[in-house]
Ligand binder design. Sequence first.
Ligand code: NAD
Length: 292
Amino acid sequence: ISGIVGFLGLGVMGREMARNLAQAGFTVRAFDIIPGAGDALRSFGVEIVSEISAVTRDADIVISMLPDTPQVEDIVRGSDGLLSNPPRGKLFVDMSTIAPEATRKLSQELLAVGVTMLDAPVSGGPIGAKNGTLSIMVGGDAGGFEQATPYLKAMGTTLNHVGASGAGQTVKLCNQLICGINIQAICEALALARAWNIDLPQMREVLLGGSAASWMLDKLGPAMIEGDVSAGFRIDLMMKDLRLVLEAAQKHPVPLPATALVATQYQNAQAYGEGANGNQALFKVYDRLTGQ
Ligand code: NAD
């Protein structure tokens, strides 16, 4: 495998994805605004650079994994960004979760300078990023998808082209809507069971064997029960995603009452200071509501 990858954003997800690209044999040049964020990647052969133009210059593909829409707009439109420094391979894949509408605008602006932009948000969390088993939902040009596939395969096992620019983000928002409501459902079940002195680890096992089984109950259930709030997918990021879902449901009016309620519960968690903790910390809201 050969190819030069420029990688932007070395947080919880990005650092694992950049490492997998390097371990698959690609040349990876990476940048994060936090100095030192990528230091641990050097031992895997990732070159850490100190400005965006050094990432984009000779790249066959630029990949970003940033928090939210404004950061992606920044790396595209900023003075050092992709519009003024298009990558050699004319391909940009944004794997962050951001607004579908903003994605479409950015992809049009980039097309005007000859760069194809794909939106390729992911599902699978930090474990999926670490193991290279992410599910990647891709929107944008079909030829661009083909060009990006070898790179995406180094990071994920389920790759799907789901439509035109922005479609990947819309599918991801649907994924987040289901995840958020599911986490809230688990919190309600655990709170009720706890009030009735049920053995929670046993209940989780029982439920995993029946029709209430879910990825969230499987992966987040133990941390919820044990009160381990260490970050994975942060409360703040889910709140951002639920906001994007509700904004998307205003643009093409669709009532989403359960999503709106769950967003309020995430806001409560933020107000209680849980924003930087993992999503399992949503259950902490119930510690307060039920006086635990
Ligand atoms: P993170 O906050 O840990 O990482 C983001 C990184 O981007 C940070 O290191 C930050 O310093 C860097 N950054 C910000 N602005 C930058 C800029 N202008 N240039 C370069 N770097 C910049 O977030 P994360 O958990 O890695 O998530 C990244 C994206 O993936 C988010 O959109 C999130 O919603 C999505 N996502 C996260 C998970 C998860 O479980 N953590 C799962 C699926 C999708």
